[in-house]
Design a protein around this ligand. Structure first.
Ligand SMILES: [Mg+2]
Length: 391
């Protein structure tokens, strides 16, 4: 080639570059988490135990990646559907593939199986874990690097026994936790006001109080009721009405001074565009279990950022693997700036499947710094709570 010639890169050739790594196995366990707390929400209650699933992807290099399916049947999907969806439809396309081609694999997965966002999130998490371990860097580094090493922790007030929750919040507040999200809309408005009044009077005045209805209000009187809630100066009010009642979300956002957050109304990047166009919220809650993984969650964060909408790191009922994935995402995504509720593996799930539990310190959750997800799985613990195994 003469000096000065343009270098021609054949896109079909560059697309076929592969590493020596190959996926050799995909195993899924449906599990049942015992729970240490009862939780009550506008969308449904949780008590005693909760289904989930754990995904393990093995490679020919001995590197293993882990991911977690954290569904909630009234919100996203089911553990059983995700586990069998992965086993019957996604495992065949993963085994034999190069695990480093994450974008290619996730695109094939989207074309193979609709919905099942929690299963897709688990597979993407496991692939990122493998890539991080292969390159010797944390997942956050693969996503652009650590913008924040700690994520301010928001703890939800959702115990049907409010006095127990108040004592818990008082203890946490003394420990430096400053953000509390009150779940409302599951009993009476009067009871919601009473709980907010007690929290405001018993907790320090500097506490950042937030309110989440989980779709619990009816559109016809939501604005009137929310005007009472504003008296307690919440930082935001989350998802007051049903996810599909977008006109009501827009009317509430216009009528209420307190910022309104969309959670159930925004699962996908397309719904995030619709949120911006329809002006249905001031803020958005981002969860990898809703979007189907970190890449799509960050698309939502970018759409929101371009529209001046700040994001919050939400969770489902997640064990340590899902929390670790969320932590790496929030660490590398500046616009997810309103903190996150990364505490369920510590205080809600009754079994710890990590040998290296998630660390909460000084009112924040610490982003793991090791390679991959930066956490190690105790496989015996997974087996103990497994109710079905596929591989
Ligand atoms: Mg919510």
């Amino acid at each position: 080639m003469a000096r000065g010639d343009a270098i021609f890169v054949d896109p079909t050739l560059s697309g076929s570059v592969m590493s020596e790594l190959r996926i050799t196995g995909v195993a899924v366990d449906v599990i049942r988490w015992p729970l240490k707390m009862k939780r009550r929400h506008g969308v449904g209650d949780i008590e005693a135990s909760m289904p989930g699933a754990i995904v393990k992807i093995a490679t020919n290099a001995g590197i293993v990646g882990w991911g977690e399916v954290a569904p909630w049947s009234v919100f996203t999907g089911t553990a059983e559907a995700n586990a069998t969806g992965i086993h019957h439809y996604l495992r065949p396309l993963l085994v034999g593939a190069d695990p480093l081609k994450i974008s290619t694999l996730m695109r094939q997965i989207e074309k193979t199986l609709v919905a099942h966002t929690e299963g897709k999130a688990a597979i993407e998490t496991a692939l990122l874990d493998i890539a991080g371990r292969h390159f010797g860097v944390p997942v956050a580094q693969l996503l652009g690097g650590t913008y924040r090493s700690h994520v301010p922790l928001s703890v939800s007030i959702a115990n049907p026994d409010f006095e127990e929750d108040l004592a818990f919040a008082t203890r946490l507040s003394a420990d430096g936790i400053n953000i509390f999200k009150v779940k409302t809309g599951f009993s009476s408005h009067k009871e919601d006001l009473r709980r907010l009044e007690r929290l405001r009077s018993d907790l320090p005045s500097t506490v950042d109080l937030r309110v989440d209805y989980n779709q619990g209000l009816d559109p016809w009187d939501a604005i009137r009721l929310l005007k009472d809630i504003e008296a307690f100066h919440p930082t935001f009010i989350e998802q007051p009405v049903k996810r599909e009642q977008r006109a009501a979300m827009a009317a509430i956002t216009k009528a209420i001074d307190t910022p309104i957050m969309a959670d159930e109304s925004v699962f996908t990047p397309a719904e995030a565009i619709d949120m911006v166009r329809g002006e249905i919220a001031d803020l958005v809650s981002i969860k990898i279990m809703k979007s189907g993984g970190i890449a799509r969650a960050r698309e939502i964060a970018s759409i929101a950022e371009a529209a001046g909408i700040a994001a919050y790191g939400g969770t489902m009922f997640e064990g340590g693997l899902a929390i670790a994935a969320g932590l790496h995402m929030v660490a590398a995504t500046p616009n997810i700036s309103l903190g996150a509720e990364f505490y369920t593996s510590t205080w809600v799930m009754g079994v710890e499947i990590l040998k290296t539990p998630i660390v909460i310190e000084k009112g924040s959750t610490r982003v793991p710094t090791g390679v991959g997800l930066g956490v190690e799985v105790d496989e015996d613990r997974v087996r103990e709570i497994s109710t079905a195994h596929f591989e």
